[in-house]
Design a protein. Structure first.
Length: 341
């Protein structure tokens, strides 16, 4: 009996994996589950097959219109020397940012509509998230700089040329892009320090809040940093806009020049509409990710509207309301049309 028992134990030991092998397999399995995934799956568009091609055409046309209108603003300001003024040199950064945001979203969207495939590689998803965050933050920073420019122009017109000199404008623009680039790189770097172990993104495009929901590690640092930069950028924007517009309004009320007052209110009104559209959509989208009782449909709708309405409306609003820019755009188009004949 003892010999049979010892023999059975020997056979069992030979067949069964060793404890070391078992541990190695478990470790490998855990490592595979917690490692960075190679692809993500974006939320479904929910389009019936009958609407697939109309949606593809609509998305493509919207993107082409956005790129054309914003490129027209950029080229008009660059080509026309009389438009090389502080306000318009700041304004040129808005269409640049709008093109970046639209280009991050629309090409993949129309491709996925046509192929009915919502998969996106990790590098492509990371680049998309980076450009979209760069666009949103960049627009707010540019609008703040433009509000400051209008404040100096209306409240301190005699000091305007000294304060808003070419060197100061270059410094402001450089600060906007360097600061914007830095905070977004840090944001995504902190998020990807956490192990991403899920693939289904709850949004229609890649963004940092969705990445955090896919992490299986501790995301405290990334969360707090995201809240901090949201508070700094969005909260700071509100304070700057509120201060400058209160001062502008006070100056407009006190001035006796009706034409100057009308022009100031018109210019600032246009700027305020653009700012509020972007701020409300951005703030709702960011904070909706932090509350589970918010409808996913509303979150996606507001998130997509950030990437459609500002890039679409900005060149139209500023092109129509800024008289110098409007005239120069018409002249630029006429010259271009004559040269192509």
């Amino acid at each position: 009996m003892r010999k049979r028992t010892a023999k059975a134990r020997t056979i069992k030991t030979a067949i069964s994996p060793s404890n070391g092998d078992t541990r190695r397999k478990k470790t490998a399995s855990m490592s595979a589950n917690s490692s960075l995934v190679n692809f993500f799956v974006l939320a479904t568009l929910g389009l019936p097959s009958a609407y697939m091609y109309p949606a593809f055409v609509f998305g493509t046309l919207t993107y082409l219109i956005i790129v054309f209108c914003n490129s027209l603003v950029i080229l008009t300001i660059v080509v026309s020397k009389r438009l090389h003024k502080p306000m318009l040199l700041l304004l040129i950064n808005l269409p640049i940012s709008d093109i970046l945001g639209a280009s991050a979203f629309f090409p993949h969207l129309v491709f996925s509509i046509l192929t009915q495939n919502r998969m996106i590689s990790t590098p492509a998803c990371t680049i998309q998230a980076f450009l979209i965050h760069l666009y949103g933050t960049g627009n707010l920073l540019v609008l703040n700089a433009m509000a400051y420019d209008r404040y100096i122009a209306i409240c301190n017109p005699l000091k305007y040329n000294a304060i808003m000199s070419s060197s100061i404008i270059i410094r402001i623009i450089s600060f906007i892009w360097v600061f914007n680039f830095s905070i977004i790189v840090i944001l995504l770097a902190l998020t990807f320090q956490c192990k991403i172990c899920r693939t289904n993104i709850v949004d229609l495009y890649c963004n940092n809040p969705s990445f955090i929901k896919l992490a299986c590690g501790d995301t405290t640092v990334s969360n707090y940093y995201g809240i901090f930069i949201t508070f700094i950028v969005s909260g700071g924007s509100v304070l700057i806009i509120a201060f400058t517009y209160i001062q502008i309004l006070r100056t407009c009320v006190m001035t006796n020049n009706i034409d100057a007052r009308k022009k100031a209110i018109q210019t600032c009104g246009t700027h305020l509409v653009v700012f509020l559209i972007l701020l409300i959509n951005t703030t709702f989208t960011i904070f909706s990710h932090r509350f589970q009782n918010v409808s996913p449909f509303l979150t996606r709708a507001f998130g997509v509207s950030i990437l459609i309405f500002p890039p679409f409306l900005d060149p139209i609003i500023y092109g129509l309301k800024t008289k110098e820019l409007k005239q120069s755009m018409i002249m630029f188009l006429k010259r271009h049309m004559r040269s192509t004949k």
